[in-house]
Design a protein around this ligand. Structure first.
Ligand code: MN
Length: 307
């Protein structure tokens, strides 16, 4: 385990961009009172945004969640991954219809919670696929998500499209594909969501995709190549954060980490989380907060000059 103290922040200025943390860093699912503990731990580790995994159960408890967030002075982002039964990129109309209803409930819950963004694998089933998405399925996903974006817009909610690796989606694996998908929808409140863990698998580098996305980039997940401690894997964070500064990214930076015994079984299966890469979520989050704050300091520092 890295030396946590070595990464603790000395930053005195307010951060350029708000820092978030995924609730599953602290608790395996979003049920009350687990949610209560996740919120308290997010605040204790210095985050201002909590990302809520918006299961059907969590969506049904949206009022409770709003009250909890208010009490902890936290903002929220909601996320989900559709599954095989709600896959809007399916060729099966009933499956697509179930997906649309699931997304509509999620938009309403996001609004009730007071969050401004619903993101994740919102465009198809999250998890391993055995075949390419069909052109009919892709068109269906775009049509449904365009309608969902319309319903979201009147509630002041934006829809994020998270580009994920080939083992978690057969629809969108690269920034280029994500941008083409969004452009094909023509909905102003749909944004691209990048995640360094997925970029590390699919992109050629950490700068080009960010510059390509530019102001269409609306949300960022910061995750290490093994989903554990930041800076201990193969992700080129220095290049990535420099690129974010280049495009003047001001949206949230949300830390994501997953470990085998600290994640619910459905998500573990979809994300292939089999290894225990960390044990203490609060220590992991505190380290991530310091790491991200230090990275943001580096953005605002003038380049080093040699005397
Ligand atoms: Mn992610």
């Amino acid at each position: 385990m890295p030396d946590v103290a070595a990464f603790s922040s000395t930053m005195s200025d307010p951060p350029i961009t708000p820092l978030g943390v995924h609730a599953m860093v602290f608790m395996p699912s979003w049920t009350h009172p687990e949610a209560e503990q996740a919120a308290a731990k997010a605040v204790a580790t210095g985050f201002s945004i909590l990302e809520i995994p918006l299961s059907e159960q969590a969506a049904a408890e949206a009022e409770l969640t709003r009250e909890l967030l208010d009490r902890h002075s936290l903002r929220a982002v909601c996320s989900l991954g559709l599954d095989a039964s709600t896959d809007i990129a399916s060729d099966e109309p009933q499956t697509v219809e179930r997906g649309e209803q699931r997304l509509l409930r999620a938009v309403e819950a996001t609004h009730v919670i007071g969050a401004k963004l619903l993101t994740g694998v919102t465009y198809g089933a999250m998890g391993h696929h055995n075949a390419r998405v069909s052109s009919k399925g892709r068109a269906s996903a775009q049509a449904v998500l365009t309608r969902i974006a319309g319903a979201a817009e009147v509630r002041g909610v934006r829809i994020g499209v998270e580009v994920v690796n080939r083992y978690e989606s057969n629809v969108l694996n690269t920034t280029e594909e994500g941008l083409a998908f969004i452009d094909g929808m023509g909905a102003p409140n749909v944004v691209l969501h990048l995640d360094t863990y997925h970029m590390n698998i699919e992109e050629s580098d950490f700068r080009t995709p960010v510059l390509l996305a530019g102001d269409r980039l609306g949300y960022v997940h910061v995750g290490e190549s093994h989903r554990g401690y930041l800076g201990t894997g193969t992700v080129d964070f220095a290049t990535f954060f420099q690129a974010l500064a280049e495009v003047s990214y001001k949206g949230p930076l949300t830390f994501e980490g997953f470990s085998a015994t600290r994640i619910d079984n459905r998500l573990a299966g979809a994300l292939s989380i089999w290894r225990e890469t960390w044990h203490d979520g609060q220590a992991l989050a505190a380290h991530a907060q310091g790491f991200l704050a230090d990275q943001m300091m580096a953005w605002s520092r003038p380049p080093a000059t040699t005397p």
